[in-house]
Design a protein around this ligand. Sequence first.
Ligand SMILES: Nc1ncnc2c1ncn2[C@@H]1O[C@H](COP(=O)(O)OP(=O)(O)OP(=O)(O)O)[C@@H](O)[C@H]1O
Ligand SMILES: [Mg+2]
Length: 251
Amino acid sequence: MIRLQGISKKFGDKAVLEDIHATFLPGKVNMVIGASGSGKSVLMKTMVGLVKPDAGQLFYQNLELGEMDVDQRNELRQKIGMLFQSAALFDSLTVLDNLLFPLRMFRPAPKAEMQERVAYCLERVGLAGTENLFPSELSGGMKKRVGIARAIVLEPQFLFCDEPNSGLDPKTSIRIDHLIQDITNEFQITTIVNTHDMNSVLECGDHIVFLYKGRKTWEGDRRLILNSDNEPLNELVYASRFLQQFREKAS
Ligand SMILES: Nc1ncnc2c1ncn2[C@@H]1O[C@H](COP(=O)(O)OP(=O)(O)OP(=O)(O)O)[C@@H](O)[C@H]1O
Ligand SMILES: [Mg+2]
């Protein structure tokens, strides 16, 4: 479980996050949604400790991130998997070495054992046998899947995915959504996904937090999101003219 209590962050005099309270539970795909610039990536970076909040507290189980000592932080680091907005693979390393990287760093073991774990993770994302390819030889969707495989190689308790399906075709996007949903459920991971893709939200948003200009102005699940009276949220949900007409007809 992850709990945010009054998280605020400014860059210069620009408030990017304002008094965010939220709880993210294990076994759920928790989604943070909002228009471009609403603060999703900054919030995610704050949660993983890459950005220090100006105010507020951030609990992993019962431990507050800012109060953890070096050992506790290192321990937490090993329980976190992260898929960055751009997949962020090491271009000069093969798929195998990209996945071995966190294992060598945090869980060194005999090579055969580590390779077995890598093969398992690649198989989970539908990329068995791609160990010797370089990132430049992969499509965008394959890179994201390698990014997910790398994020789960250490069996994380907390999985962060920043825009996991941006730039992908609808079918590949849904495949990625299902993959994230399956591993979340199977391993009871506390998963947090940033997105503005409504297909993803409706497909697997168990708990949805809506950010508007750095504030949380709505939260709920995917069944409630189509009928909220939050206007900025509706602008995101019903962004296309087609959906607006559909909504008008339905009401
Ligand atoms: N390091 C930084 N320094 C200054 N301003 C920043 C920094 N990082 C983010 N911002 C600002 O914070 C705001 C929120 O940015 P953020 O990247 O969190 O948006 P987002 O919701 O993830 O958008 P997108 O959907 O486009 O990824 C933006 O106005 C951005 O310019
Ligand atoms: Mg972002």
